[in-house]
Design a protein around this ligand. Structure first.
Ligand code: F6R
Length: 250
């Protein structure tokens, strides 16, 4: 695991955007695995700026997102499809036919998960997967569990995840209770992984992810086994790691 230390959220967003931009420049037809949540928003802003300056071309890029709430239509402004349009897709020259998310409006969970796995396979896999980190160590919506789930599946969201995501909804009761998410195996099969982590609230879990035991109870801990993981984290998120003196301060 390579850990890149950023001073603050702005610095993290810039550094992570530069890393993703480098992937796009090296491979203009890359398959990007994308994430939602609040952490990557600054990174997406930076990518949009680079595109507007003529530095980044998305015309051949294909994207697959990690997850989507089950029961939300892509047009719903709380859906992850809406989030991606709003923060990235509509601002760059991505061919919309090349952008993919699980379809939250499909009530048939088995059919939707199978479709999504086939789609990722048919694209030839993911070149670089962007991840955020949940407060409970989740990646995508792979919640703490007894086993590492493999392919795309439907999950019951944990109370802590519902609580964390309630900030995006008018009422906490509106937060969907289920989601479709890529599985851990699919994430681990990505050639490269870029994880962004910000804030004091993530400090303890980030320490467990990087230096604790590999366990499905901390789903992101499996990233210790991936050959090409780069974590960009700000000082607050790195505070527990620094407290334990596991990493030299930059
Ligand atoms: C979102 C996703 C989630 C988030 C995680 C952190 O697509 O897969 O795993 O990355 O919940 O969310 P934030 O960045 O809002 O703290």
């Amino acid at each position: 695991m390579k850990i890149i230390q950023a001073a603050d959220y702005e610095d993290l967003s810039l550094k992570a955007a530069q890393l993703l931009a480098a992937e796009i420049l090296l491979r203009p037809e890359a398959i990007l695995g994308l994430a939602t949540g609040s952490t990557p928003i600054g990174l997406y802003e930076q990518l949009v700026l680079m595109h507007q300056k003529g530095l980044l071309d998305f015309s051949q890029i294909k994207t697959v997102n990690l997850d989507e709430y089950r029961g939300l239509d892509p047009e719903d402004d709380q859906s992850y499809a809406w989030f991606m349009n709003h923060h990235l897709f509509q601002h760059v020259n991505l061919n919309r036919a090349n952008t993919h998310l699980p379809d939250g409006s499909n009530p048939d969970a088995e059919a939707e998960c199978t479709r999504y796995d086939h789609l990722i396979k048919s694209l030839g896999g993911i070149h670089v997967q962007l991840l955020g980190l949940g407060n409970n160590g989740h990646i995508g919506f792979n919640e703490p569990d007894e086993v590492f789930p493999k392919g795309t599946h439907c999950v019951e969201l944990e109370a802590s995840t519902i609580e964390a995501n309630a900030r995006f909804f008018a009422n906490p009761e509106d937060v969907p209770r289920q989601a479709y998410t890529m599985g851990i195996q699919t994430i681990m099969m990505a050639k490269r992984i870029l994880m962004v982590v910000s804030g004091k609230g993530k400090a303890d879990i980030l320490d467990q992810v990087c230096y604790g035991p590999i366990t499905p109870k901390v789903p992101a801990s499996i990233l210790q086994l991936h050959r090409h993981v780069c974590i960009v984290a700000d000082e607050e998120a790195l505070s527990t790691i620094h407290q334990h003196q596991r990493l030299n301060k930059s």
